[in-house]
Design a protein around this ligand. Structure first.
Ligand code: DQA
Length: 147
């Protein structure tokens, strides 16, 4: 089985110190280890990455097209701006799950629209770091053979 990719966009490297009242005190490394443990229990492997650069994220999405079983992405600020990320995601046939720590719908109006959502099977938002675990569980459920 190919790994599950978890890609993280700009500023998520600062999780734990960046606006913790919105994003919580868990670091991205904390989240990565919880995702890895969850996947290990289920017999899957994890590719977990973060970049502040749109082009790098696009290169990883293209890599995930052939190398992943499913893609979980927190596009962060690029959710609301990036047609290029959407175009890259639309080339994938594996399940895509969009994940946000906060609930963008309850925040500033410019966060209410996500280009990425147009390519996502589903969206998990507002559950903080726990949302990544929910996203992993959703990916595993989608990968489980029907029956
Ligand atoms: C975010 C929400 C985005 O609006 C914001 O730009 C982020 C993080 C979240 O996880 O809640 O950087 O994607």
């Amino acid at each position: 089985m190919k790994p599950i990719y978890v890609l993280n966009g700009p500023n998520l490297n600062l999780l734990g110190v960046r606006e913790p009242e919105i994003y919580g005190y868990d670091t991205l490394a904390d989240i990565e280890s919880r995702c890895a443990a969850l996947l290990e229990d289920a017999g899957h492997s994890l590719v977990f990455r973060q970049s502040n650069h749109e082009g790098q994220l696009i290169d990883w999405i293209q890599e995930a097209r052939t190398e992943s079983a499913a893609l979980i992405i927190n596009p962060a600020g690029y959710s609301h701006t990036s047609v290029a990320l959407l175009d890259a995601l639309k080339a994938l046939s594996v399940p895509i799950i969009e994940c946000h720590l906060s609930n963008p719908q309850t925040r500033e109006p410019f966060r209410h629209h996500s280009y990425v959502s147009l390519a996502a099977k589903g969206i998990i938002a507002g559950f903080g770091a726990f949302g990544y675990e929910l996203a992993i569980r959703a990916a595993l459920a989608l990968l489980k053979p029907a029956g």
